[in-house]
Design a protein around this ligand. Structure first.
Ligand code: GRF
Length: 202
């Protein structure tokens, strides 16, 4: 399978995918990253892609007349690399209608909380502020809501009394990277069906 990864930040989830594919080999892993896209420049995620010799593209909302034009540009830039799957790995923008129409049921996102708890941009902070004792990460398909698509896999992480947002996020990300690598490989190697809210991987 061909994968386009979308990033907005440090790109450690991207790096975990790249490392796993390099270690296992493309055919054993079942997928390769063919390009990396971002909604901003100057981020470590893009540097990681460049270091791996991958093509990159940047689509910034502010360079477009409106959100719909940005959505169209991101869709076209992604489509140029003909992905089978799109992985949103810390991509901090809501994907638009055109992108979803084109890649619906083929976009995998990772979220740093146990959905449906704590969706949105501050999943780690919100779990901590709530006083939850367990949180984690969710790898799911993207639909037209915010972190509402069918769940593929989840990993739990205990919240410690001394945790602050960054310490907790770091522990979540350790679990998240492994889970994402495992899930993307399984989807690529085995294929999948989505029945209602259930994701079935044969
Ligand atoms: C991940 O925890 C992701 O779920 C969240 O942002 C983080 C991205 O980390 N939305 P990285 O850029 O892959 O290091």
């Amino acid at each position: 399978a061909r994968i386009v990864v979308l990033v907005s930040g440090s790109g450690t989830n991207l790096q975990a995918l790249l490392d796993a594919i390099a270690a296992e080999g493309v055919s054993a892993y079942g997928a390769k990253v063919v390009a990396v896209g971002a909604d901003r420049d100057g981020i470590a995620g893009l540097e990681r892609a460049e270091r791996a010799g991958l093509p990159t593209f940047v689509c910034r909302v502010k360079d477009h007349a409106d959100r719909a034009a940005w959505d169209r540009a991101l869709t076209e830039a992604t489509a140029a690399h003909q992905p089978d799957l799109v992985v949103s790995a810390g991509f901090m923008k809501i994907l638009g209608a055109e992108f979803l129409a084109r890649y619906g049921d083929r976009i995998v996102n990772t979220h740093p909380a146990l959905l449906p708890s704590f969706p949105g941009a501050h999943g780690v902070r919100d779990a901590l502020a709530y006083g939850a004792k367990v949180t984690g990460c969710t790898v799911h398909f993207v639909d037209d809501g915010v972190d509402t698509g069918p769940v593929i896999a989840q990993g739990a992480v205990e919240i410690r009394d001394e945790d602050d947002e960054s310490a907790l996020h770091e522990r979540i990300k350790e679990v998240e990277r492994k889970l994402l690598v495992e899930v993307v490989g399984r989807l690529a190697r085995h294929g999948y069906r989505i029945e209602g809210r259930k994701v079935l991987i044969p």
